[in-house]
Design a protein around this ligand. Sequence first.
Ligand code: AMP
Length: 116
Amino acid sequence: MSNGTIFSKIIKGEVLADIVYQDEYITAFRDMLPQAPVHILIVPNLQIKTLNDVVDGDTHLLGRILMAAVGIAKNIGIAEDGYRLVMNCNKHGGQEVYHIHLHLLGGKPLGSILGA
Ligand code: AMP
């Protein structure tokens, strides 16, 4: 399915994580260091290192990631109050794991986007 990162191991079941959704294309699991009451990562099963590596053929996959985040937010009951979706890219974006992932954050008012 994929290689390399800790997320690849989670996707393959080699590393334990609290998986909340998985299908042929994507996996979603709870962040091990949550920055909000709800903090879930939605990742493609095949590794794409950064957003800069996305190509036209990934458009459908990116849509699935976004729709999965919305679906999970609805399922766990935070959609009405609202939530934040974040994707970090490279050093200045604060990316730590080089396997693209969408952060779904919510469960409380999150304040301004950069926490200022
Ligand atoms: P980023 O800084 O955007 O690359 O985010 C990486 C996120 O992955 C961080 O919020 C980490 O807490 C999270 N993370 C790293 N390793 C694991 C793991 N094994 N299980 C769950 N979350 C993880």
